[in-house]
Design a protein around this ligand. Sequence first.
Ligand code: FE2
Ligand code: FE2
Length: 187
Amino acid sequence: MNNSRHKGPHKPGPRAARIGDMLRVDHAGEYGAVAIYRGQRAVFEHLPHKAHTARLLKDMEEGEAHHLQTFDRLLAERKVRPTLLTPFWNAAGFGLGAATALMGEKAAMACTEAVEDVIEKHYAEQIEELGDSEPQLRETVRQFREDELEHKHKAEGEGAREAPGYRLLSAAIRLGCRAAIRIAEKV
Ligand SMILES: [Fe+2]
Ligand SMILES: [Fe+2]
């Protein structure tokens, strides 16, 4: 006799549960990314001489909004609950975006570079983990990873690495993002 009857009728199998965790963390990450760009834009938007940066951030935010909508839909389709920390990611993302923007354009770009680098690598790991299962989801993640790489390269092109205290700032943001990923997989 297998033990399926002890699991209850609605409990997903280990594979579906793992995909659920993946989607939950991706959704939380994109949610946080939208908030970061909103926080940065809130600072630059009202400064006429920062129009170029504000426009760039708006473009990237639109990309993140598309990613977020996609994961919203996938969560609903697969009946995966979103992270319980949504208000926290929103506040933390907005705060990180606004704080780095207040430090200047290059610090804002260093933040983008660090965040996008962590997300891009996270997506690369997922692509590998998905392997040949879930070809549609794998293709979605592959496309989004390309977008994040583009965001990262744009930030580098805008002088991310010339930000004052770049190494420390970048390392701290990467550490925070990696911790956020571990938390959002489960909570
Ligand atoms: Fe994204
Ligand atoms: Fe991005």
